[in-house]
Design a protein around this ligand. Structure first.
Ligand code: BES
Ligand code: MN
Ligand code: ZN
Length: 492
């Protein structure tokens, strides 16, 4: 957590670190800086390229031994033939830092020929992401197997003054992503709604934000019948967490970020199968994304008003739990028939989304691990993007592209509304198997009519069941990057 990234004026051949990482694209040639490294290594860099031991393919890595002087070890990391160089640098930096951690290097130096602000920032984001490892509930390896921890990275540049703030920005964004990943990875018995609330208070304290937390009692007073229906099956106090970052002009409408924070989702009475149910600790990744983004937004001190809202509880079966057929009245006043208690995320979010009206939002973006159907539609490559305002959707998609949190729009045609109609109430909380990600979004749309809104279904993108190389198995940090880039885009 205490990983440091700085920009340092210097050439790679004189890097003062146990490990030098060089980012090289496909077909890279030896620029003067790289030729100097090659010289220090006795020609092994050029040989590796000439003999195609290293081709610069995306995610490719090759370790070279250092020479008598200069860096002790060198790691080549491939950028591929990138369409988007900053995205490639972010990814390669993460690959590089993850490799560095395995070697037991306490520090590393990073060098890429491209040194624009965007490139330095991307490298800092990637290095910070790659430095992350979950250790909280794991014992350290025995003394004689323990490696030094990776503590810092230097990004080598020619213009240190300019690159320093870019490196600092990247480190802040990467730290926000890592906070989100840490919260997500924590098990449900540790990361409770109360734990998320105290994390939010901590973020508020560090960045001069206002934090407010509503519990069951306060939500009863607010008549949040839908959120409370989910929470009635658990003895833990549900939390509606509010973080206010008000660094924009007084009176200017805020951006509101909303996160689904189900600290565990058993499905409730409509209980899920046992196989793989442990992954439902990740059902708070939307909330983690909001908290991670607020942490980064605070650290970047962005001149804009942003409100973070998290709806947090657990979905449990119990004698008091909501059951299929129950009808509840939402905070907005609409009546909802609960057909399937496992469609709980939308029941929580709808009340938080109508609560958001009091902030008179310029835009609201929610993130939720909402539907398995979204994973079927888009896999683990893109988040589902839905909205009631096309220009806001386009803005969110662009923030996804620049940050690496890829999204893909799915439609909200009026005809889909039929899927959630019922005789027993105004709407029901499931629409059957067909278009499951869309019917969930159509449900949320019912509560967002008074402001521009986008919904991100991150069920497939918030955590990875396999090691992706540039990112470890487990939580990915999505959509912290998207949120931060969106807010930055609005801040000037
Ligand atoms: N949290 C789940 C969605 C989910 C599934 C996230 C898989 C990540 C991976 C959500 O609360 C849920 O259970 N959704 C149901 C909705 C259905 C009952 C209409 C689903 O997707 O099966
Ligand atoms: Mn569920
Ligand atoms: Zn859920």
């Amino acid at each position: 957590m205490d990983f440091r990234v700085t920009a340092r004026r210097g050439q790679p051949d004189s890097a003062d670190a146990p490990l030098l990482i060089l980012a090289l694209a496909k077909g890279a040639t030896l620029t003067p800086a790289l030729a100097a490294v090659d010289n220090a290594l006795g020609g092994s860099l050029k040989r590796s390229l000439d003999e195609k031991n290293f081709r610069g393919a995306r995610d490719e890595t090759l370790f070279l031994a250092g020479g008598a002087k200069g860096p002790k070890r060198v790691l080549l990391v491939g950028l591929g033939s990138p369409e988007n160089l900053t995205a490639a640098l972010r990814r390669a930096a993460s690959v590089g830092a993850r490799q560095a951690r395995k070697t037991g290097a306490a520090s590393l130096a990073w060098y890429a020929d491209e040194q624009s602000d965007a490139a330095v920032e991307a490298a800092a984001v990637g290095l910070t992401m790659g430095s992350w490892e979950y250790t909280t509930t794991r014992s350290a390896p025995p003394e004689d197997e323990r490696k030094a921890e990776l503590e810092s990275a230097q990004i080598l540049v020619s213009d240190e003054a300019r690159a320093s703030s870019a490196a600092q920005r990247g480190a802040a964004i990467g730290a926000g992503m890592n906070l989100a990943r840490q919260l997500s990875m924590l098990p449900g018995n540790i990361c409770t709604p109360e734990f998320l609330a105290s994390t939010a208070r901590d973020i508020a304290k560090r960045h001069g934000m206002r934090a407010e937390v509503l519990g069951r009692k306060e939500m009863e007073a607010e008549k949040m019948g839908s959120f409370l229906a989910v929470a009635q099956g658990t003895t833990q106090d549900p939390k509606l967490i509010v973080l206010e970052h008000r660094k924009g002009p007084a009176g200017s409408k805020p951006v509101v970020l909303v996160g689904k924070g189900l600290c565990f989702d058993t499905g409730g009475i409509s209980i899920k199968a046992a196989q793989g149910m442990e992954a439902m600790k990740f059902d708070m990744c939307g909330a983690a994304g909001v908290l991670g983004a607020m942490d980064a937004i605070g650290a970047l001190n962005l001149p804009i008003n942003v409100i973070g809202l998290v709806g947090s509880t657990t979905n449990m079966p119990s004698g008091d739990a909501m059951k299929p057929g129950d009808v509840v009245q939402s905070h907005l006043g609409k009546w909802i028939e609960i057909v399937n208690t496992d469609a709980e995320g939308r029941l929580v979010l709808c009340d938080v989304l109508s609560y958001a009206r009091r902030y008179d939002p310029a835009a609201v973006i929610d993130a939720a691990t909402l539907t398995g159907a979204c994973v079927v539609a888009l896999g683990h490559t893109a988040s589902g993007v839905f909205g009631n305002d096309q220009s806001l959707v386009d803005e969110v998609l662009a923030a996804g592209r620049s940050s690496g949190d890829t999204g893909w729009q799915l439609p909200l045609f009026d005809d889909y509304k039929d899927l959630i109609l019922t005789d027993a109430a105004d709407i029901k909380n499931t629409g059957g198997r067909a278009a499951g990600a869309i019917s969930a979004a159509m449900f949320l749309k019912e509560f967002t009519e008074t402001y521009p809104w986008v919904h991100l279904d991150i069920a497939g993108t918030a955590y990875s069941e396999t090691d992706l190389g540039f990112i470890a198995k487990g939580p990915t940090g999505t959509p912290v990057g998207l949120f931060v880039d969106f807010v930055r885009g609005r801040a000037h």
